[in-house]
Design a protein around this ligand. Sequence first.
Ligand code: Q46
Ligand code: ZN
Length: 290
Amino acid sequence: MKCSKCKEKAIAYLKPYRIALCKNCYPNFYLNLVSRSIKKYGILRKVERILACVSGGKDSSAMAFALKKLGYNIEILHIDLGIKEYSVKSKKVAEELAEELDVPIHVVELSEYGFTIDDVDVKKVCSVCGTAKRYLMNRFARLNGFDVISTGHTAEDLILFFFKNVLSGGIEWIPKLIPRSESSDGLIARARPLFERSEKENMLFVLSLNVPFVTDECPHAPRDVWKEIIYDIEIKKPGFKQNFVRGLIKLAKSVKVEKEWELKKCRICGETSSSDICAFCRYVEKFGRV
Ligand code: Q46
Ligand code: ZN
């Protein structure tokens, strides 16, 4: 198979775009797609100070790399979750990426709060981990004057989030699917510049440019049947993920939520919370060693 642009050997055929691309032509094609999403949906602005959250996985590495190449003003945040060798490798990758991009890196250690993800002895470890990451990202961005937090969420992540929440009756979350939210009440603006990109597109980008990323999977990651279902649909209906996610954004913008959370300040840490004590501080109490 030959590259549709330069006739060199192609690394992949991208069905949704009906194009085959080689290692040299793919990165620009990908960067154009990311740039188009950012502009079309007003996801980021060049004047903003952006905190790019890098876990070390291919998606967040692709996000930080693409933003820097497109001329955005990023600094990297890595959260060390304390998941044995996985966290050691992830932190190393985030540091390598920062060095390669010549951008500042900040590392927040979850252990400084008295526990790590390996100490969490409940079934839904990922739910505790997700809360901890969101809390630490927001706190760091707020205390250090960042305008916006950028994450590597993909089209698959948004579709999974939608299915899981709608199936459990949680439609009040639908407005949160928008690719850019603004800062309010101590919550810093959030941006998902890769929301139209698939994991495969991100993987091809990091591989074609040798961007550092961890290949190991988190040992706590559960098997996700929904992800397999989404892949099956994409095989039978190429372009499904992109079309679905664009539809989701329209839905997210049009849904009016009747029940608004009453936002308070956590009595322990002072961060924005829907209850007197925020979920993170409750975890610190539950899992903390001190
Ligand atoms: S790091 Fe944390 Fe993931 Fe590991 S414990 Fe689950 S949520 S799987 S992105
Ligand atoms: Zn708190």
